[in-house]
Structure formats: C-alpha cells, structure tokens
Design a protein around this ligand. Structure first.
Ligand code: FCB
Length: 443
C-alpha cells in the first residue's frame, strides 16, 4: 500500500477551540452581555444567555474532545469574571478556571489559553476600552495576575484574538460593542491591541519560567491573526485592485508583520494613520495563531465591498467555503511573522454538516502540502468544539463538531459526522486516502 500523501509531522497538535463568552453562559459582567440586551443588536434577537452551559459542563465537553483524539484545547479566560470590578478579583471564578485547567490535564489536553477574546469587563468598556491607553495598564495587571495564578498550569498563551477583526467590526462597521463608525478609532484600537500583546508577552516571560506540560519548554507566546484571502472582484478594474491592495496591507500584512518588525504601521484612505515603533513588539511572538475561514472578492464603490466568488459554495453565514485558501494564508502569515504557526481557528458554519466533512479534509490536505513544502505549522485547532454564540450572528452560525440544542434547557450535545472525520485525521496524524475518497476527494 502506498503511504498516505497528506501526512503531518510527528508531534503535530490536534484539537479544537472555544472562547469563554461564546460557550460558558451567564457572563453578565462584560460589554457584550450589555450590548446583547439592546433591541436589534444580535441577529434573531438572540442573547448569549446560558450559551452552551459550558461553565457547568466543561468536564464532559473535554471528555468528548479527548475521546476524539484531541491532544490540545484552546479556551479563553473571561477577564470580567476574574475581575468583575476594578481590582476586585472573584475567588470563585479563579477556582473555577483552576478546575477547568485540571480537567484539561486529566483528559490529556494541552491548554492553549487566550487572555483576551473580544470581551471587556463592563467597567473597562466604560473607560473607553482599548481606545483608551489606560486600558493597557489595566490589561498588564490582569495578565500579571493570570501569569502568577495560572502560569504553573499553562505554557501556551495566546495574548489576544484577532485585533483586526475586532477593530473593524466594533469601531468601523459598528456591529459589535461599542458600535462606533470611526475608521481612525479602529486603527488606534489595532495599534493599542498590538501594544497590549507586546506588553503581555514581556510580563508572561518575566513571570513564568515553568515547564507545566513537561515538554522541555517554558512559556510560549503568540496571538491569533485572522487571515482573509483577498482578491479583486473584477481583475480588469484598477479600482478593485487598489482596494484589494489597501485592505490586504492593513488587514493581513501590517498585523502579521508587527511581531517581527516591532512596527505598527496602519493606514487607510480617509483615516488618521497610526505609525509607531512599539517597545518589546519585535520578537514578542514565539508562534502565531492562524485563523482562516474564507476568501473575499473585493469591490471598490459597492454597497457590499466583499462578495463571494460567483458560483462558490457558501456556508450558513454566506461565507465562501474555500479550502485551498489555507495555502496562501499560511504562507503569507509565516512569511510576514517569521515564526512557526499554530492554526488556532478554522471551521465552517454548517448546521447540517453538508459542507464541513469535505471542507475539513480538503483544507487539511492543503495544509499538509504547505507543511511539507517547508512552512512551519505546529498544529491545527478546529473552530469549534461546540456550536456556540456567534457574536452579532447569535445562534445562526453553527460551527461545532458537536451540535448543541439551544432550545433545550439542558443544552444536549450531538456528535456531528465531522467530529469523527477530525478524530480519524488526528489519530492517523494525516488524511488517509480512504477518508479522502469517502468525502469525494481524490488524493
Ligand atoms: C472568529 C472568532 C471566533 C468565532 C469565529 C467564527 O473571528 O475569533 O470567536 O466567532 O470567527
């Protein structure tokens, strides 16, 4: 039998991810909870509410992941639970996260811990969030606290999640709290978040020298970067090309290169540029998180400047399913950041699992070939373990390997076929030719 072509290097990390607000339930101390109560804020009038009740059911959820061959799990610590009021830390929340980390260890899942995944304690939001530089000081204190408290249990820290997605959604499109429409503010926020990352990296390195998972390495730090493959909608139209270049430069390139160059260099027409060298930013990342989902065809002067390619397969949120794009995304991010990559998110909003099994297999076949071509990628974490609260899209975007019934108070989980597909890939550390054939793909 010929060896399966899509193999991954030994020790490749397999797993899935979640974020606190999207799965825990009852996160009433943050800006999102408040925002969700406004009429029209969230699609379908949804609120996060009890979410997946993962706050109570984390142990069972980690058992599901472990039984599927996962060896790592990405989660976030909810700042607003740990510090619900300025300087007041909640012992129950802290004990809870110790229990969560202990459960991960028991299930053989290496924790990849995100310190900031879009939500702010309401009191921080009231002070202007990451638009206000005082928040950098408050975040430093929070990071130092987490490093001291949880550093013995965590080696892999993801400081921040997708500064570029957050800034454009919350400060330019106005779809996420604080719902502003000010592109200059969006650039300020990206710059401040990159600085927050650099400062967090310095604190984590100074505070934590332990090797909690016994793999011979101490703290390893990165942040998650969302990479969208951007192409002009009409190749022959210089204006579409121009807009594509501008968006690629600010959204993908500038943020990806920042931890290598130490420079924040953000500009878009009509907004005040943000340009500065940030102390400690150069060399601040040991790895970078790649969040990859889709491709946008870009149009200048269109009501919707980002469209799917004509005839493309669309997921339940209307995003193009574009597996081979992970090739350009991984190459682009590795080249700009000059550090190894961990795929921290990739997935499909697909309630009925009509696209996900094949998309998953095809994406991983492409990822394997990028890796064998020499791009350093150390693992793949699927988004998400569970269906969850998909921000302004509410419960419309079903990304889970496990479906969650949100109409049922108990929030029962149901295994999707895709969970088994990923389990087979994780166990084989590659895509077997037979699995590819099952989803209709010839290797
Ligand atoms: C990413 C977010 C994650 C989830 C996925 C679908 O932008 O980091 O929380 O919402 O998209």
């Amino acid at each position: 039998m010929s060896p399966d072509p899509a193999r991954f290097p030994a020790g490749f990390l397999w797993g899935a991810g979640t974020s606190a607000h999207q799965v825990e339930g009852g996160n009433r101390w943050n800006d999102w909870w408040r925002f969700e109560q406004r009429a029209g804020a969230i699609s379908g009038g949804d609120t996060s509410g009890d979410a997946c009740r993962h706050w109570e059911r984390f142990d069972e959820d980690f058992a599901l992941a472990a039984a599927d061959g996962h060896r790592a799990h990405r989660l976030s610590l909810e700042w607003s639970r740990i510090e619900p009021a300025p300087g007041r830390r909640d012992p129950a929340a802290i004990a809870h996260y110790h229990a969560v980390l202990a459960s991960l260890a028991r299930h053989g899942l290496r924790p990849i811990v995100t310190l900031w995944h879009f939500t702010l304690p309401a009191w921080i939001a009231d002070q202007g969030g990451f638009e206000n530089r005082t928040t950098l000081d408050r975040f430093d204190e929070h990071v130092r606290f987490c490093a001291r408290e949880f550093g013995g249990e965590v080696d892999w820290w993801c400081t921040i999640n997708e500064p570029e997605v957050y800034a454009f959604r919350a400060y330019s499109e106005g779809r996420w709290p604080p719902a502003k429409r000010d592109e200059s503010a969006a650039l300020v926020v990206i710059g401040n978040l990159l600085e927050a990352h650099a400062r967090a990296a310095a604190i984590l390195r100074a505070e934590d020298r332990t090797d909690s998972d016994g793999d011979g390495h101490a703290t390893r730090i990165g942040f998650a970067k969302h990479w969208v493959v951007l192409e002009p909608s009409r190749r022959w139209l210089p204006l579409d090309l121009l807009r594509t270049r501008i968006e690629h430069a600010v959204f993908n390139q500038a943020v990806a290169a920042a931890p290598a160059t130490g420079r924040v260099d953000l500009s878009i027409p009509g907004a005040r540029p943000v340009r500065r060298i940030v102390a400690g930013l150069a060399g601040s990342a040991d790895w970078m998180g790649l969040n990859y989902y889709t491709r946008w065809k870009v149009r200048m002067f269109a009501p919707d400047p980002h469209v799917a390619a004509p005839g493309a397969a669309l997921n339940d949120l209307g995003w193009e399913d574009f597996p081979r794009g992970i090739d350009a995304a991984a190459r682009g991010l590795a080249e700009a950041s000059r550090v190894p990559l961990l795929v921290t998110e990739h997935g499909v909003a697909d309630a009925t699992d009509r696209l996900r099994p094949r998309s998953l297999v095809e994406t991983l076949v492409h990822l394997a070939s990028v890796v064998s071509a020499g791009v350093p990628v150390i693992g793949y974490l699927h988004w998400s373990l569970l269906d969850n609260f998909e921000w302004a899209d509410g419960y419309r975007g079903r990304f889970g390997l496990y479906a969650v019934d949100f109409a049922d108070r108990g929030r029962p989980r149901t295994r999707r076929h895709s969970a088994g597909v990923l389990a087979r890939i994780a166990r084989a550390n590659g895509v077997e030719t037979s699995l590819a054939a099952e989803v209709g793909l010839a290797l």
